[in-house]
Design a protein around this ligand. Structure first.
Ligand code: NAD
Length: 267
């Protein structure tokens, strides 16, 4: 336990598993009251809440499909009714529906864009409305609010067979930068985290056998696959006043995956 986020309220979307679960636990360990959002599948999110409580923290699980405007608005209304306000949003929910480009259905294209990109728009907009309604309060944080967008190395690395996913992450980059520019005068900081390969359910096939993990490590100069806690530590820092002069930035947490490892031996 530390006190970096003491007295603040954080919402983490898609926090019933993987990176979101680790971020929720770490924010609570830093003193925040955490809303563990899930897509109306409560059991895994309740487990995360149980873990936070057993660590001595405070959390609740709240269902809302981040791609549905009415559900997102309802979730923020509930949070403000229960906790008074919101200080931190980690817009983390995301998924993949992979296929070669020429076989990709419009439904799979739209589904991924709706959750990964429109979901971040809807959650960031409602969080920002609440930050502005509450206004500055230096007893909570130097900033009036903090938004962290979970992006990916695929906001810069093209990804054949995953054009819907890579497009959603490329979109997050300019969405994040545009609202960071717009909201900075209001003392609202907006940043992104670009995870590399992190062991979670989303990419299980890429690391669950020794052969798959060895192949994956060839893309990672630091030569290990990441774990959700690697991302959680970065999220705590970006949510805290320790990063108060940081806005509009993507922090890649990727063991060097974005360093063009194919050029490591001279290209
Ligand atoms: P994950 O599948 O464990 O987590 C995704 C979470 O989002 C799940 O808990 C899921 O229930 C939730 N979710 C899906 N649709 C939702 C919706 N409509 N509303 C609310 N929640 C919804 O995978 P993860 O790796 O932890 O992914 C978390 C984020 O990290 C994603 O945005 C993903 O793109 C990003 N990311 C992951 C990696 C990686 O290597 N694992 C790398 C880069 C980026």
């Amino acid at each position: 336990m530390n006190t970096l986020l003491k007295g603040q309220v954080a919402v983490v979307t898609g926090a019933g598993s993987g990176i979101g679960a680790a971020v929720a636990v770490a924010l609570a360990d830093a003193g925040a009251t955490v809303v563990v959002n899930h897509p109306n599948v409560p059991a895994p999110a309740e487990e995360v809440v149980g873990k936070i409580k057993s660590n001595g923290g405070t959390a609740i699980a709240l269902g809302a499909d981040v791609s549905k405007e009415d559900e997102v608005i309802g979730m923020f209304r509930d949070i403000v009714a229960q906790f008074g306000t919101v200080d931190i949003l980690v817009a983390n929910a995301g998924l993949q529906r992979d296929s070669p480009f020429i076989k990709m259905s419009l439904a799979d294209w739209q589904f991924v864009l709706n959750v990964n990109l429109t979901g971040q728009f809807l959650c960031a907009r409602e969080a920002t409305r609440e930050f502005l309604r509450r206004g500055p309060d230096s007893s909570r944080s130097v900033a009036t609010g903090k938004i962290i967008c979970m992006s990916s190395v695929h906001q810069v690395i093209p990804w054949a067979g995953h054009c819907n996913y890579a497009t959603s992450k490329g979109g997050i980059k300019l969405f994040m930068e545009s609202i960071a520019q717009e909201l900075a005068p209001h003392k609202i900081r907006v940043n992104a985290i670009g995870p590399g390969a992190i062991k979670t359910p989303i990419n299980r096939v890429a690391w669950e056998t020794p052969a798959a993990e060895a192949a994956l490590r060839t893309l990672i100069p630091y030569d290990r696959v990441g774990v959700p806690e690697d991302i959680a530590k970065a999220a705590v820092w970006l949510a805290s006043d320790e990063s108060d002069y940081v806005t509009g930035t993507t922090l890649f947490v990727d063991g060097g995956m974005t360093l063009y490892p194919g050029f490591a031996t001279g290209g």
